[in-house]
Ligand binder design. Structure first.
Ligand SMILES: Cc1cc2nc3c(=O)[nH]c(=O)nc-3n(C[C@H](O)[C@H](O)[C@H](O)COP(=O)(O)OP(=O)(O)OC[C@H]3O[C@@H](n4cnc5c(N)ncnc54)[C@H](O)[C@@H]3O)c2cc1C
Length: 407
């Protein structure tokens, strides 16, 4: 592939990096993407794709393809775990006038990555280099260079811009001296995946949140390799517990049985433990370096907002970068990218994901009752429901980002 002065380098071939590559590449911009792994990552992380995000992915039938390989889930529920009482049920149908997709799509992120990789591979101007780890970044007035460790040793590559989509531990962010302020939750989060059918056995919707004093659970269905699909449960763990216990068969069964008592042991097909942070980069743009996705912001998974925010970054950034590279639009547009996307990362995603966690784990009986009663009342009122869903479906944050202009 010929490198020209418009070449965009991308560090990271997760869903955000691949989406950037596709959106830029399909407009004819030369792209070179590096990923440290030998191929796509298949760990069970994001699944929930919100209406606002689906609305951005209609080109070339991408959101439709995601729905076909995933599950369409118009409804989500809140449950009070100790009493096994359904507190509130929300139906995205109330958003029919706000979105083309009044539902979420549960599409595992490796499937989204596969759909993107297939599209990217069809573009002759996009080069995807797996087994290539970005180890250093340098900038000059006219361009940016990265040092990349690959099978042939460390080599330098030049481009006009570099997108750091290299995840929460981003080397691009660190080598660009961009702070990542926020905090780390003391408890780690465990994902346990089981074929146990929580809908037919318990009546839980494909996306259900459980409140319990001092604890919580997200329980959601994914299509996996096809019917009948799998259910993923996400729990907090106790900071004092050893990994070996948390991940042992006995530890896993004890956790599942305490939350969802069942007459038989659960069949667990995946178990993964995650350290979880709430952090936002101090800037999403430093000269010719742009950050997107987890490299720019990380949050807890309650509400499923991390990757959605990353996809929204990618669409916003690719639109502005192509304006600069193809249509001679001012480079200040990239400052607007930073302003729009960082504002909503702080005002919406951080705030909402922390509030979601606090609401589920609240242990003061009065506050807890007040919170759960309030959720029930919102669910019973169609207009309040709509307002609530505009936030959870990330439509409000998209509207807020679009309303921000440069001074
Ligand atoms: C349990 C759990 C559940 C979640 N559920 C949801 C959900 O339902 N909805 C949602 O929106 N979000 C969810 N998230 C968050 C979501 O998984 C992340 O936001 C998402 O993975 C971010 O995508 P990304 O492409 O920015 O980064 P990543 O997926 O982390 O990809 C980064 C890529 O960069 C590569 N890389 C790293 N360093 C380098 C380097 N130096 N050089 C080259 N390549 C490099 C890696 O190999 C990787 O392929 C969840 C997270 C967890 C832990």
């Amino acid at each position: 592939m010929a490198i020209d002065e418009r070449t965009v380098l991308i560090a990271g071939g997760g869903p955000v990096g691949l989406l950037c590559a596709w959106l830029l590449g399909r407009q004819g911009i030369p792209v070179r993407l590096f990923d440290a792994n030998a191929g796509l990552q298949a760990d069970p992380r994001a699944a929930t794709t919100h209406p606002a995000t689906l609305d951005l992915l209609v080109d070339d039938g991408l959101s439709q393809d995601m729905a076909e390989v995933g599950l369409v889930a118009p409804i989500f529920q809140f449950w009070d775990r100790p009493s096994n009482r359904l507190v509130a049920e929300f139906d995205h149908a109330v958003l029919a006038k706000d979105t083309r997709h009044p539902f979420v799509v549960q599409c595992e992120q490796f499937k989204t990555s596969q759909l993107l990789l297939k599209r990217v591979k069809a573009l002759p101007n996009v080069e995807i280099l797996f087994d290539h780890e970005v180890v250093d970044v340098r900038q000059a007035a006219s361009g940016v260079s990265v040092d990349v460790k690959g099978p042939a040793g460390v080599q330098s590559h030049d481009g006009a811009y570099l997108i750091g989509a290299d995840g929460g531990r981003s080397v691009v962010r660190k080598r660009s001296d961009i702070a990542f302020n926020g905090f780390t939750w003391p408890e780690r989060f465990i994902v346990l995946t089981t074929p146990f059918d929580f809908r037919s056995e318990r009546g839980y919707s494909f996306r259900s949140y459980f409140a319990e004093p001092g604890a919580w659970c997200n329980c959601f269905k994914v299509s996996a390799d096809g019917p009948p699909g799998l259910w993923r449960t996400v729990f907090p763990t106790e900071p004092s517990q050893e990994d070996s216990w948390i991940l042992s068969d006995a530890g896993v069964q004890e956790r599942m049985q305490r939350f969802f008592p069942a007459p038989r042991p659960y069949h667990i097909v995946h178990r993964n433990l995650y350290v979880t942070h709430q952090r936002v980069a101090s800037t999403f743009r430093e000269g010719r370096v742009l950050l997107a996705g987890d490299a720019a912001h990380v949050n807890n998974p309650i509400g499923g907002m991390g990757l959605n925010g990353g996809i929204q970054d990618a669409v916003n950034l690719a639109g502005k970068l192509s304006g600069v590279l193809l249509r001679g639009e001012p480079d200040r547009l990239l400052d607007l990218y930073d302003l729009q996307r960082r504002t909503v990362a702080v005002e919406f995603v951080q705030e909402q994901s922390i509030a979601n966690k606090k609401r589920l784990e609240e242990s003061d009986p009065e506050v807890r009752k007040r919170n759960l009663d309030e959720l029930s009342r919102i669910a019973e009122d169609p207009e309040r429901s709509r307002q609530f869903l505009l936030r959870t479906a990330m439509i409000a944050s998209q509207r807020r980002a679009d309303s921000i202009t440069l001074a």
